[in-house]
Design a protein around this ligand. Structure first.
Ligand code: XMP
Length: 319
């Protein structure tokens, strides 16, 4: 009789056998996959695991603190918080082309990860939260059409470059199985059920030039939007939801005064695998209430729009 509990025990046995008494590094993104991999490996080999959390300054409100608290304090997993926001935001300064943004972030991510990983003495293994669909996709894509819509965050070449062997304990699992395993490992359900978040973070939800001011406004608006979705009990019914801040200021009126602030777009979609998606059919009441809350609570935004584009022809993220 196959259970996730039995799978966990077997996975732990295999990790111990593979790793022996050597050190393992794991890149933590705050996402479900790398988190489940880290907690599983920690159960198997304890403090032979060190996590490296690259904070590019493009995370959501309080996200970095939450990740550090959960892994360092709750799970006692040795964690390096690589706060490199100055570096990333500096290199992104003045850049507005989406692919250029992605490439800068991908390159810096690898540099930074390597810099911190090199500080971990005697590391021989690199742990990754690769899932079964990732394994399949990279195979089927290699023979497919060579049109790149978006260059994804890709650390594929990293292990060879660093001379590390891979530990990939989730390689046989689908997303829902990873969630079940996370549950088995005691990760909070609220964490396991989180919407996907892209590697380049808020950079690709801030079309045009990225500024600290825009990022701060975006973080606040996104927090209000997600709070609204949770309060209405819709979070688990939606595949992914977020705000994008638009590179345009518009005129508004508030009290007796004229405002000239940023517009933002709300996005929410349902999808099975992210390859296609339908926009989420919120009620007009929900949309109106959310727009009012964002404009009242977030200084710097005076206009809210709802993105009703499905994928295709749109993509889920704005860049
Ligand atoms: P798009 O925007 O291509 O996104 O329709 C499909 C799904 O992938 C996520 N996404 C990324 N995830 N690194 C990631 O880890 C990336 O560079 C990246 N770009 C998009 C996106 O959030 C959505 O879930």
């Amino acid at each position: 009789d196959w259970t996730m509990g039995a799978y966990k025990e077997e996975a732990i046995r295999i990790i111990r056998e593979q790793v022996g008494d050597k050190q393992v590094i794991c890149g933590l993104s705050g996402g479900v996959d790398s988190s489940v991999a880290a907690v599983l490996i920690h159960e198997a080999i304890g403090d032979q695991l060190t996590c490296v959390f690259v904070d590019h300054g493009l995370l959501r409100l309080n996200e970095a603190d939450e990740v550090v608290t959960m892994f360092r304090d709750n799970y006692n997993i040795p964690l390096i918080h690589a706060d490199e926001s100055e570096l990333f935001l500096g290199e992104l300064d003045g850049v507005s082309d989406p692919e250029t943004k992605r490439k800068i972030i991908g390159r810096l991510f690898i540099d930074v990860f390597q810099k911190y990983a090199n500080q971990i003495e005697g590391a021989e293994f690199l742990a990754q939260g690769t899932l079964y669909p990732d394994v399949i996709e990279s195979v089927s894509f290699s023979g497919g059409p060579s049109v790149t819509i978006k260059s994804h965050h890709n650390v594929g070449g990293l292990p060879e470059k660093m001379g590390l062997k891979l530990v990939e304990p989730l390689r046989e699992l689908f997303k829902d199985e990873v969630r079940a395993l996370g549950h088995e490992l005691g990760l909070p359900d609220s964490f396991i059920g989180r919407h996907p978040f892209p590697g380049p973070g808020l950079a690709i939800r801030c079309p045009g030039e990225i500024t600290r001011e825009k990022l701060e406004i975006l973080r606040k608006a996104d927090a209000v939007y997600i709070d609204q979705i949770r309060k209405h009990g819709l979070y688990d019914d939606i595949w992914q939801a977020f705000v994008a801040i638009l590179p345009v200021r518009t005129v508004g009126v508030m009290g007796d005064g004229r405002t000239y602030d940023f517009a933002c777009a709300l996005r929410a979609v349902n999808s099975v695998d992210g390859m296609t998606a339908d926009y989420y059919p919120f009620s007009h009441e929900f949309l109106g209430e959310t727009a009012t809350r964002i404009i009242n609570e977030v200084k710097g935004i005076n206009r809210v729009t709802y993105d009703v584009t499905s994928k295709p022809p749109g993509t889920i993220e704005w860049e």
